[in-house]
Design a protein around this ligand. Structure first.
Ligand SMILES: [Cu+2]
Length: 155
């Protein structure tokens, strides 16, 4: 009996050590690398633009000075393309511009290419959608991720 038992112990120990020595080897070199890459991407994220003095649903007069806020990116006048910088655009009653597309320049798309961070707007009474869109030195949009939108009621 003793011989059989010790044989079983040896066999099971043997298979355990084989399993243990196989398991970590293929995983070890890959897992830490993948994790740190994913973390690196997640930590970059928090850049944003926002209206400093406008909330969704707010009632404003026909003339109102809007203040533009920014975090994680820097305002720079249009011209040179520098990563992490750009200028504001106010889109009146329109949608965010997809990343990589040029922000149009017309009555619904106002560029602040001098690096302005405020603008006195004149709006007709009624409901309006105001969208702040950040874009690079060549007016190429950073996309909806770097935009902010509010609906306002003008009285
Ligand atoms: Cu522009």
């Amino acid at each position: 009996m003793k011989t059989i038992l010790s044989l079983i112990v040896i066999v099971s120990l043997g298979s355990l050590s084989t399993f243990a020595s196989q398991a970590p080897d293929p995983k070890a070199p890959k897992a830490p690398g993948e994790k740190s890459a994913a973390h690196g991407a997640a930590e970059k994220a928090p850049a944003r633009v926002f209206f400093k003095n406008l909330k969704n649903g707010q009632t404003i007069p026909t003339k109102y000075k809007i203040e533009f806020g920014i975090e994680g990116v820097a305002v720079k006048p249009a011209g040179e393309i520098v990563p992490g910088t750009g200028h504001h655009h106010l889109i009146i009653d329109g949608d965010a511009i997809p990343a990589g597309q040029v922000v149009p320049a017309d009555e619904h798309h106002v560029h602040f290419g001098k690096g302005q961070t405020e603008y006195e707007i004149t709006l007709k009474p009624g409901k309006h959608k105001l969208l702040l869109q950040f874009a690079d030195g060549a007016h190429i949009s950073y996309g909806p991720e770097l935009s902010a939108v509010v609906d306002v009621i003008v009285k």
